[in-house]
Design a binder for this molecule. Structure first.
Ligand code: ATP
Ligand code: MG
Length: 254
């Protein structure tokens, strides 16, 4: 079996003082070695919740996450999985890109004497070596997004979880990030990608998981989702966006 990751029957119930909310209900899927699997679904479907559980930031109410055959659901040590939530948060804006990565290299347990090399390696993958000594607060959105990916690559994980890595980027920069993701996967790294950009998903992923209201609505190839949409409306969808829009009404939370 070449599954690098198995997600089994995940449930997540968020509880605050007054109420409970079931964000995930029996979510299962697998990711193969070197595969880019896209996780799709409307706002609030549960994508980030899944990323947080696999990344070890959130303990599921029930269910299991198996990485390379080992159950990591309640592991004491954070697994070597690269996680990028993206956005403006997560870096010290007054420190340089390099200083930020030094901090995260410590957290990722990169030995001190290897840190400079490792930071150069990850900055070069995302083409940011030239801004290593710039303050993060002075970087553009696209550069910050790429810095998030660089951070997730510290300590050479073979699984990356990229939560909306191109959200808010211009078309050209988004394309360069997509290329980076493709290259990483070509080098054998497995990727779980969440995205609302269907053209990006079509370009990068062969298989997708569509989530609706915390449940897996569909798992399969892009071609299979085309067939599913075609059955609904008796018309071949032109692209993934069209297919997704056919299915979207079924994905809403009641
Ligand atoms: N800490 C929390 N406490 C309570 N409810 C939460 C919490 N985090 C998320 N939720 C709820 O759980 C559901 C799933 O949220 P999640 O962020 O996983 O969705 P998502 O698919 O990533 O959405 P988006 O596409 O908008 O990023 C949402 O209804 C959200 O409001
Ligand atoms: Mg999200």
């Amino acid at each position: 079996m070449n599954n690098i990751l198995q997600v089994k029957h995940l449930k997540e119930t968020y509880k605050d003082k007054k109420q409970e909310f079931q964000a995930l209900d029996d979510v299962s899927f697998t990711i193969d070695q070197g595969e880019i699997l896209a996780l799709l679904g409307p706002n609030g479907a549960g994508k980030t919740t899944i990323v947080s559980i696999i990344g070890g930031y959130l303990i599921p109410t029930s269910g299991h996450v198996i990485l390379n055959g080992q159950d990591i659901t309640t592991a004491r040590k954070r697994p070597n999985i690269g996680v990028s939530f993206g956005g403006d948060l997560g870096f010290y804006r007054n420190a340089t890109a390099k200083q930020n990565l030094q901090f995260f290299a410590d957290l990722a347990k990169v030995p001190l004497r290897k840190q400079n090399k490792e930071i150069e390696r990850v900055l070069s993958i995302v083409d940011l070596l030239n801004v290593a000594n710039k303050k993060v607060g002075e970087l553009s959105k696209g550069m910050t997004q790429r810095l998030h990916i660089a951070r997730s690559l510290l300590n050479n994980p073979n699984l990356l979880l990229l939560d909306e890595p191109t959200s808010g980027l211009d078309v050209e920069i988004a394309q360069s990030v997509q290329k980076t993701i493709k290259n990483l996967s070509d080098s054998g790294i497995s990727v779980l990608l969440t995205s609302h950009t269907m053209s990006e998903v079509e370009k990068l992923a062969k298989r997708i998981v569509i989530l609706g209201a915390g449940k897996v609505f569909f798992t399969g190839t892009i071609n299979a989702v085309f067939s599913l949409a075609e059955k609904e409306v008796n018309q071949k969808p032109k692209n993934l966006e069209e297919a997704y829009l056919v299915l979207a009404p079924k994905l809403r939370r009641k």
